[in-house]
Every structure is written in C-alpha cells, then in structure tokens.
Design a protein. Sequence first.
Length: 389
Amino acid sequence: MEGLQNSLNSLEQYCNKWKLTVNVQKTKIVVFRKGGALNRQYRWSYAGNEIEIVQNFNYLGIVFSSGGSFVQATNTLSGKGLRAMNMLFSVTKNLHTPIHIMFNLFDSYVLSILNYNCEVWGFLKAENIERVHKKFCKWLLNVKMTTNTLSLYAECGRFPLYIERHVRIIKYRLKLNTSKSENCILYHIVKNQRYSIEHNQNVSNWTSKVRKLLQDSGFEEIWLFPESVNINMFIPEFRLRLRDIYIQNWRTNMNTCTSLYIYREIKLSYVKSEYLEILDNKKYRNVIAKLRLSSHNLAIETGRHRQVDRSQRKCTMCDLNDLEDEFHFVLKCPYYSNLRQQFIPRYYVRHQSVFKFISLINSDRKSVLIKLAKFCIQASEVRNQVNIN
Ligand SMILES: [Zn+2]
C-alpha cells in the first residue's frame, strides 16, 4: 500500500516539475486479489484527491477484473463484435455479395474486434465470442439458429475461433524470445512463469498452457528449444496442425451425431461447399443450404424436435408410407411429380437412389442447382398450403 502511495507522490512531483496534469477523475485503482472484500484501510490519493478503487477497468480496450479473470473482457469484446456484425448485416442486406467476400468482411471488421488482445486471454473457451461467429454463418446461409455447429462450419469451410487464438498465442510467445530481454517486462514475467512450472508440476499459468498446447499438438520440441524456431515457417505449420486435429475430431463427432445422418453422406471433405460460390443469387444459395443442413420443416426434422420416434416421421403427402426425409421430398414423393418433371433432370429421377440424391445436391452445375432450388421453393409452397388446410 505504501509503495504505491510513494510512487503516486513521485509521479506528482514529476508532473509538477514538467507542468503536466493528471486527471484524477479518470484515474482508478484495481486491487488484484483472489476474491473477498477489500481491506477498508486501502486508500490512495494523488495531490490530495482520493483515487477511486474499482472492480474492473478498461485499459487500452481490455477489461481487467480484480479477480484476474478475463471473462468480463471477452463479454465486452463479444458485445462490440456483435455491434460491428449487425452493422455489416445492415450494409450488405440487399446486396448479392459473394460468400468469400462476406467472410473477408467478417474477418476484417468483426474478427479483428473479437480477437483483440487474444494473446493474453485466448486460452479461455470464450463461448460468447464463438457465438458471434456462429451467428454470422447462420445468418449468411439463412439457416435455423438450432443448426448443428459441426455441419455449419464444415459447410462454410470455417474453423472455431480458438484455433486462430492459439496460433496467435504461440506466435507471441515465440516472438518474446527475440525481443530485447532487458527492455521487456513481459519477457521476465514469462521467464518466471517458466521457472515456476518447471519446479512445480501443479502450477497452472499462461506459460504452462503454452507448454500443454505445444505438447498436445505434437510440437514438444518447440517448447524445449524455442530459440531454434523459424517463426515464419513454423506458424503456418502449427495452424495446419491445429486444423487437422479439429477435422479429425469433427469426423468422429459427425459419425456419432444422429441428426447429421444426411450431412455426413454429402460432406466428404472439410472445405467450403462449392455451391456457395457457384450460386451468386442469395435466395437460391440459401434454399440449398437449408436442404443440406436440415434446416427445413420435413417430418424427419420436425419429428426430431418433437421427439417422435424416427420410424414414425412419415410423409403425409403420399401413401408410400416412407419417412419424409430430404431424399423422399426431392426425388421420390409422388405428390411433387409435376414439379419434379419441370425442375429435376431425368437422370436423377429415373431409378432414384440416395446415391443419386447426393450427387444431385453436390452438383457443381449452376443450372442444375438453380432448378433444384426452384423445385424446393415451389414444392415447399405446395406442401405448406396442404398443411395449412
Ligand atoms: Zn411423400
């Protein structure tokens, strides 16, 4: 307590000498501690004015909390990111902007806010930050808010944001080795952290998490010999490794997730689906996205939400006694035969099979995709009308 007061007194002397003023109203103190009430004796002043003690303080855009957690900081960042994203929505609402440009805009205007200073807080799970990213993808494809994240990101060829945060953390840590140690407070903090985790296995701090991240991704040698790393060569390799690990887990999770029964058949590799770029008309693009991501009202999907047994999610438009799934709707149900004749190439309809359905929905021919979208729009209208009546 005395130490800080002495420093404040020295600052006052210095400022008086150089005719500088400190705005005491805007000056705050945060007492970092592990919970508990603050000792009432804690008081500090500057030039006779008491300085307010606060729980949180926004310093250069990052909220520091007295408990040392950065949850508050990520809440603030996600709020700011959401506002930037809404702005982007309203500006591009009536435009048919290509998908890759929309993602570029998101990365420039929104992601730069969401990732702000993530070298420090990036080990947090930060679901509030991820939510903004998910919301953007869902809005872009105009799919339901309940759409599964595994299929959503795969469809867009996007990765969860923690991957880029982890890349930035490692880059930052490696750069600390090359900065001038005598000028860098951080260098000494990290050096102390390294010392403490090497002498006590149970210590958990930023440096121990860096070590774990490198070990878990198969780069323990980088932890052991960081000085020998060429950062510019290593970082892309590290990013690729984190993505590969994600894709590996993605495959496992896709296979165990029952709601993705159709998607795991149509999505063979983890890249942005081609139709998203082929179809420049937003309306058609979104119709195909809805069909692929099960963001529709067919019984197979609505029954899942109403917890109807899978075998009972039947089509009520015909008497084939089939499940009303995407395949039945697009290629089989006789109720839409006329529309099918008009919009779906005969090759797919004749001897229809799930295999043909998959090749239709994965088609890279613009005319086929547009017709498929038109079929879905008109067949849905017919279906809705029957269901209303
Ligand atoms: Zn039917």
